[in-house]
Design a protein around this ligand. Structure first.
Ligand code: SAH
Length: 396
């Protein structure tokens, strides 16, 4: 007999809308006993069953919904179905055809809350970020191997989110003999991905389509790539025919990795690439004081606001770099500006950038709204999953 969570009266609305998270303050009580990750029934105060969820007593997200079908059993076959569907969804998307680096499972949106699986060639990197998926790790691994035929699987369950679930970090090989790094091809460019030490699962796959856009916009342009990490945007700008690319990051190892990836692409003209190990906030001021101008500027900073509680402070940081970025644009120049902060909505981000333009005394128009690629789907009922948002602006 499963334990049951009874939702507080008036707190059921998210689950009525098929939202996957049950917050601590929505739980009236737990009937029965459940350990972290156990499957529990989710009920309204008057006994209506809304579905099944994974119990996570240490997290503010007290339970994550597996299913809104009260009759669906959570067992190995359930995970096989969910994983197969997620993999098939990517196979049906032409934009992903021929890409070595693809997110195969994107947590809540794929009905597998807390699970991330990225494919880099024939290596899968799996991250288990919640108590529920941790409990089902063997079933998930078996389902992934079956659905993909992957030769190697590496675990990167070392995100901060995992700590909030009361889980220790876990990293290491899970299947086969995964290499420490993998060279992938993205839009024809070769990039080395450090699976062991790289950010997230090794690379920012969510920016794949936007890097393609950079490539298309690059011909003849003088490009400034801020927060370049391992050079994803830089390499695409060079491949697109940028006149020059200045790439900035405060991480020496990231810059070294970027240059190593550039060397894997002899067709790209490395003499057009300049690299600066610097703080972007300071470097932008320095460039401004020397009257430098660029035709295309990319601002892809780290998460300034992990939650909405940090949105105010994050707003000041976004406003600062975007003001400087806009001022450094030549007339008719383009700014690609991003926020990957879950705590900042697309509209809030737009308002920060609009304030930055006003501070800069610059007129600009939005040409395009940018987001993560289609291998990072967003649950319709949970728009906060839309963590990456961006704008392509043109300065008048
Ligand atoms: N655009 C990259 C991902 C950026 S990740 C891609 O497409 O792959 C954010 C990067 O910002 C990290 O590499 C981190 O080292 C860098 N960073 C964080 N704070 C910084 C700062 N103040 N100045 C310069 N780089 C910074």
């Amino acid at each position: 007999m499963s334990a049951r969570i009874v939702l507080a009266r008036g707190k059921e609305a998210p689950q009525f809308r098929r939202h996957p998270w049950v917050f601590a303050n929505a739980v009236e009580h737990l009937n029965g006993r459940a350990r972290p990750g156990d499957t529990v029934l989710v009920e309204t105060h008057d006994g209506r069953v809304l579905g099944r969820a994974a119990w996570s007593p240490d997290s503010q997200i007290r339970a994550r919904m597996w299913t809104f079908d009260a009759d669906e059993t959570i067992d190995d076959a359930f995970f096989r179905r969910r994983v197969t569907t997620a993999v098939a969804r990517r196979a049906a998307l032409p934009a992903l055809a021929g890409q070595d680096g693809v997110r195969l499972v994107h947590g809540e949106a794929d009905g597998l809350p807390g699970l991330v699986v990225d494919r880099y060639g024939d290596v899968l990197v799996m991250a288990l970020n919640a108590a529920g998926v941790e409990k089902w790790r063997e079933a998930l691994l078996a389902a992934l191997l079956r659905a993909t035929g992957a030769a190697h699987v590496y675990e990167r369950s070392d995100s901060d989110v995992r700590r909030l679930e009361g889980l220790e970090p876990r990293v290491g090989p899970l299947h086969g003999a995964p290499p420490a790094s993998s060279v992938i091809r993205e839009h024809g460019v070769r990039i080395a991905v450090d699976l062991v030490e790289g950010h997230k699962t090794g690379f920012y796959l969510d920016q794949r389509d936007n890097r393609r856009l950079t490539r298309d916009l690059a011909p003849g342009r003088r490009v400034l790539n801020c927060f370049c990490y391992t050079g994803g945007f830089t390499l695409q700008a060079l491949a697109g025919g940028a006149r020059e690319v200045l790439s900035v990051d405060s991480s020496g190892p990231a810059l070294a990795a970027a240059q190593a990836s550039l060397a894997l692409n002899p067709a790209l003209d490395a003499t057009r690439a300049r690299w600066r190990d610097a703080d972007v906030f300071e470097l932008l001021r320095e460039l401004k004081s020397t009257d430098e101008r660029f035709d295309l500027i990319i601002l892809d900073p780290p998460k300034f606001a992990p939650s909405s509680a940090h949105a105010e402070r994050a707003g000041r940081a976004y406003r600062d770099i975007n003001r400087l970025g806009l001022q450094l644009l030549a007339p008719g120049g383009l700014l690609m500006t991003y926020s990957c902060s879950g705590g900042v909505s697309a509209e809030r981000f737009r308002s920060f950038v609009a304030a930055a333009a006003s501070d800069a005394g610059v007129d600009a128009v939005t040409l395009q709204h940018l987001q993560a690629g289609p291998d990072h789907p967003v649950a319709l009922a949970a728009p906060e999953g839309e963590y990456l948002k961006g704008l392509l602006l043109m300065r008048n």
